[in-house]
Design a protein around this ligand. Structure first.
Ligand code: TIU
Length: 230
């Protein structure tokens, strides 16, 4: 296999050095994907995020077979919530008369305390469980780089390029790509392997990534990537 692979992408083909590229799988946690989880409680529609499990599994298995580095992230807090950005706690609290958020971070849900590390709902769905050799980043915020060791882990492995997947496109996927781009990583989001709670948000989020000669990076379809990795 060539050391650089190239796939069709927007705004132009994405070339990546396979030994220096990691797959980033953002927050494929039960709390964002399964019924009764934090996402659904927030008002998220689950159809698209659930449908993204299968193409994300295809992507994950292709990257594993190609010997690429794999990094999974999980959004969540320590049990005391001491690491929770205050904005996350404040803005989800019900304003007077607001019945939208009946339960908030740290409250007990059907899958344990919402978005709390160690709880069943906080962990990654069965289909996409990390292998022992893969990096798992627990992040307190939306982005993968704030208050985590991900930059050190990527640098230590010589990573310069990221293929990015996961949920939700409008939130943690986009925030992580923007954070990575500012740190010099070349990012390519994979259309079928990301999903959100609102299809208009997904479209807009992906469009913003590659607008203007790649404002934050690249966007590519899954199939061309599977073709070059196989
Ligand atoms: N709210 C929402 O759309 N997502 C999150 O809070 N976290 C992630 O995107 N992972």
């Amino acid at each position: 296999k060539q050391s650089f692979l190239t796939i069709e992408a927007k705004p132009y083909p994405f070339a990546f050095p396979i030994k220096h590229t990691a797959l980033l799988v953002i927050d494929m946690q039960r709390d964002f994907i399964c019924a009764g989880g934090f996402g659904e409680i927030q008002g998220g529609h689950l159809e698209a995020v659930q449908a993204s499990i299968a193409p994300t599994k295809q992507l994950l298995e292709a990257c594993r077979s190609a010997g690429m580095q794999i990094v999974h992230t999980r959004e969540g807090q320590v049990p005391s919530l001491a690491d929770c950005p205050s904005s996350k706690l404040i803005r989800q609290a019900a304003a007077p008369g607001n019945k939208q958020h009946l339960k908030v971070i740290g409250d007990k849900g059907e899958m344990g305390r919402l978005l709390v590390r160690g709880e069943y709902g906080h962990d990654i769905v069965d289909e996409l469980q990390p292998l022992p050799s893969e990096v798992v980043i627990d992040k307190p915020g939306k982005g993968s780089f704030w208050n985590t060791k991900i930059l050190h882990k990527l640098k230590a492995r010589g990573i310069t390029h990221l293929l990015v997947s996961g949920v939700t496109t409008e939130c943690c996927f986009s925030t992580s790509i923007r954070e990575a781009n500012d740190r010099g990583f070349e990012c390519c989001g994979i259309v079928q392997s990301t999903a959100g709670y609102n299809s208009a948000f997904k479209t807009a989020s992906l469009d913003m990534i590659y607008w203007s000669q790649g404002l934050f990076g690249f966007v590519a379809d899954l199939q061309p990537l599977l073709d070059v990795l196989s």
